[in-house]
Design a protein around this ligand. Structure first.
Ligand code: NDP
Ligand code: GDR
Length: 377
């Protein structure tokens, strides 16, 4: 019998999936990941750990699949027979969940059920440990500050409601079938690999583009939202730790400090040497509220608008404030975050600046450069 542990990660092409795959490979695991078929390559975050399937002893393997497809999940689980399953796959954008609520429920809620049921159907429920990517969005309209494992939930989006189902079905399979299944209730965590339409990355990438003259301004939503931001690298370590205990339990993973979106813009601007100035709120000719202007960005003329508020980025129901209490993870598992939000912001800005410089250089030498921007985020 092989002593090498096998892990299966859904959402391996995402931010957390890529860091977790790296982490598990370094621990000697054989790592299997489920990736969706896409019309373009979608493996940029894991290309550096990709292994040629033609060589022997491959330790990182990708399987085509989708959380919407039970038969596919069952087949992959039967083939891999993993010791640990990390369910990180999801339609993970809160604002998008208002646009695609049914799809979000199918993948985020029923997808979790499909995976758990496939494990049970194959008789793996006693041998396979299960991690569910639960979220601070469950707290939504917060009932207690800071939020901990016992704080009541009040989800505020189709995404959060779908994740609420996933949370409870994970608890239910633990209680009903004795599965080692647990929820990590993770607060926001970011990195240079964060999707471009989440607020931190939108800011670091947008300001880096502005600093390089690639874009003129940044359109934002609610700058007053407060979040407890950590680094994804710290958080995937905890995902693994949760599956190594004697008894399965649910844990809040957070830093215990919160900042506003506006503060994150200021840190990013400082990193780039852009001086930010908050101005009185006025409505410009297009109906946008002008809230922040920058006067020292290299490519900007004094007074040019950097950040404008566009109502389209406000959500139908907002989560105004989140602040986690990670005491249980600290006392029981000895987990503490190692990277501060300011260090993380600096790392993200540096990565985005490097990419923006490359684009600017190409443009300077006459190459056509298009800057991807997704509508509505
Ligand atoms: P990402 O959006 O970066 O990654 C999501 C992953 O899920 C991607 O690999 C994506 O594939 C995949 N995916 C999407 N739809 C499906 C589907 N139908 N079937 C299979 N896979 C699918 O998210 P993060 O890495 O940031 O987050 C990981 C998990 O943790 C998610 O479940 C998220 O909801 C949850 N979470 C995240 C937090 C955070 O702050 N980052 C906090 C709390 C919870 P593709 O690459 O093809 O799009
Ligand atoms: P969130 O993350 O909704 O907390 O979900 P996001 O970064 O999208 O938003 C954080 C806060 O910033 C405000 N905001 C904006 N957000 C976006 N995306 N774009 C904007 O222009 C903008 N302007 C202001 C938002 O309104 C919000 O208050 C993330 C996801 O990773 C989820 O999958 C995860 O479960 C939670 O974190 C914890």
């Amino acid at each position: 019998m092989s002593q090498v542990k096998r892990a299966l990660i859904t959402g391996v092409t995402g931010q957390d999936g890529s860091y977790l795959a790296e982490f598990l490979l370094a621990k000697g695991y054989e790592v299997h990941g489920i990736k969706r078929r896409a019309s373009l390559f979608n493996t940029q975050r894991v290309d550096h750990i990709y292994e040629d399937p033609h060589v022997d002893n491959q330790r990182f393997k990708l399987h085509y699949g989708d959380l919407a497809d039970s038969s596919n999940l069952t087949r992959i689980l039967a083939e891999v027979r993993p010791d640990e399953v990390y369910n990180l796959g999801a339609q993970s954008h809160v604002a998008v969940s208002f646009e695609a609520p049914e799809y979000t429920a199918d993948v985020d809620a029923l997808g979790t059920l499909r995976l758990l049921e496939a494990i049970r159907f194959l008789g793996l429920e006693k041998s396979c440990r299960f991690y569910q990517a639960s979220t601070s969005e469950l707290y939504g309209l917060v009932q207690e500050i800071p939020q901990k494992e016992t704080t009541p939930f009040y989800p505020r989006s189709p995404y959060a409601v779908a994740k609420l189902y996933a949370y409870w079905i994970t608890v239910n399979y633990r209680e009903a079938y004795g599965m080692y299944a647990c929820n990590g209730i993770l607060f926001n965590h970011e990195s240079p690999r964060r999707g471009e339409t989440f607020v931190t990355r939108k800011i670091t990438r947008g300001l880096a583009h502005i600093a390089q003259g690639l874009e003129q301004g940044l359109f934002m939503g609610n700058l007053d939202a407060l979040r407890d931001w950590g680094h994804a690298k710290d958080y995937v370590r905890m995902q693994w730790m949760m599956l190594q205990q004697e008894q399965p339990q649910d844990y809040v993973i957070a830093t215990g400090v919160q900042y506003s979106v506006r503060q994150f813009i200021q840190w990013s601007a400082q990193e780039l040497g852009i001086t930010m100035r908050f101005e009185g709120q006025g409505v410009d000719e297009k109906g946008y509220v002008e809230s922040i202007a920058g006067d020292k960005a290299p490519a900007l003329k004094p007074g040019d608008c950097i950040v404008r508020i566009d109502p389209r980025y406000f959500r139908p129901a907002e989560v105004e404030t989140l602040l986690g209490d990670p005491s249980k993870a600290k006392t029981q598992l000895g987990w503490v975050p190692e990277i501060t939000v300011q260090e993380m912001c600096a790392e993200m800005v540096a990565a985005d600046l490097q990419a923006a410089r490359r684009l600017a250089l190409l443009r300077k030498h006459g190459h056509e450069v298009s800057v991807s921007r997704e509508a509505g985020q």
